[in-house]
Design a binder for this molecule. Structure first.
Ligand code: PHE
Length: 348
């Protein structure tokens, strides 16, 4: 029965070479070899008339051939199915997309927006100005004497400056957003009620408690008959909205060149509720902002008649408020962009 053995080997050779690129081609191969009328099946039919002494050898070969064919076809089927599933996914525009890790709002943006929101409810609008400013808008018009130490190189980052000479046109990175207030006062007529949020720069060594840039929100209100009581009322409203209705405030006399009188404001420590803890150093109070009545010199230098108008101003650090609200202990975390830190504020 040499011819059956040859046929088996011949088919085995074919089966090892067979290729299918689609489900249809694969089905055609299955029919060709394994169906009832397929070539392998007909070899099994021939096998019936093989003499007994050859049955063992040929039977084994035939079984191997069938097995090999089935294995090859199954492998090809798997590959084709995978390919089809993949094609379908790529072409299906309605499929659910892979989940993309979304970013989260930065805590400083969240807190800045909350401050903006609170003041916008009592009529403040947002004003913005350049971070690279001139001396006139940051210091000169704000009643800083020519030799005021705040201008000192240790505080201010100068961009363009002649050493040893102080000019209104010196270019610097603003060290407070009061510069936006001078721009508003020179371009708008009272009543003025603006909030000036923004980044400011000071030449400080970077540590857990200080950075060379930080963020402020300053406010300015100018109208007829604006009084210190109005300032106090606005700040009390803000403090209760920001830190809770039980919050108390305390104003301590202070000094700023651009306000007279000037004050610093403390709120009752929102960690111990005013009893005294390590955060408020046992005092029950924490300082959160500077404020005062706009100095008449400032109004005049901005072209506003100080006999007709008066105003108040205040300024706070957004990092400070954020630390108080969320107890962030190291300022540097705000600018390191570590998503593990930033994600914690997602749902705040
Ligand atoms: N400009 C002050 C600062 O940067 C804050 C301030 C603003 C104080 C307005 C009083 C009034 O520290």
């Amino acid at each position: 029965m040499g011819s059956l053995k040859d046929s088996i080997n011949d088919l085995l050779g074919q089966v090892q070479q067979m290729q299918a690129n689609s489900a249809e081609e694969l089905e055609a191969l299955r029919i060709k070899y394994l169906s009832k009328k397929g070539e392998i099946t007909s070899l099994f039919n021939e096998f019936r008339s093989v003499p007994n002494e050859q049955k063992r050898e040929l039977g084994q070969l035939l079984n191997q051939l069938r097995q090999e064919t089935e294995t090859r076809i199954n492998e090809m089927r798997e590959r084709i199915n995978d390919q089809m599933a993949n094609d379908q996914m790529v072409n299906d525009l309605t499929r659910t997309p892979d989940p993309i890790q979304l970013g989260t709002r930065h805590p400083l943006s969240l807190v800045r927006e909350e401050i903006e929101d609170i003041f916008s409810r009592i009529g403040f609008t947002i004003a913005q100005g350049p971070e690279v400013e001139d001396d006139k808008h940051v210091y000169g018009m704000l009643n800083f004497a020519p030799e005021h130490p705040a201008r000192d190189m240790q505080d201010t980052f100068f961009v363009e400056k002649e050493m040893g000479v102080q000019k209104p046109t010196d270019i610097l990175l603003r060290s407070h957003t009061s510069s936006v207030q001078t721009r508003v006062m020179t371009s708008q007529k009272p009543p003025i009620r603006v909030l000036c949020p923004g980044r400011v720069y000071r030449n400080e060594a970077i540590s857990a408690r200080a950075h060379c840039f930080f963020h402020q929100v300053e406010g300015l209100y100018i109208d007829k008959n604006v009084s210190f009581a109005d300032l106090r009322e606005a700040l009390l409203y803000f403090s209760k909205e920001m830190f809770g209705p039980e919050t108390k405030i305390r104003l301590r006399p202070s000094y700023f060149p651009f306000t007279e009188p000037s004050a610093e404001m403390d709120i009752s420590c929102n960690i111990c509720g005013g009893k005294g803890c390590s955060f408020c150093k046992g005092t029950g109070w924490v300082e959160i902002l500077g404020c005062g009545m706009v100095d008449p010199n400032v109004l005049e230098s901005c072209g506003i008649d100080s006999k007709e108008y008066s105003g108040y101003a205040f300024g706070m650090g957004v990092e400070r408020i954020t630390n108080l609200k969320y107890r962030v202990k190291d300022l540097r975390l705000f600018s390191e962009n570590d998503v593990r830190f930033l994600r914690q504020f997602e749902s705040c």
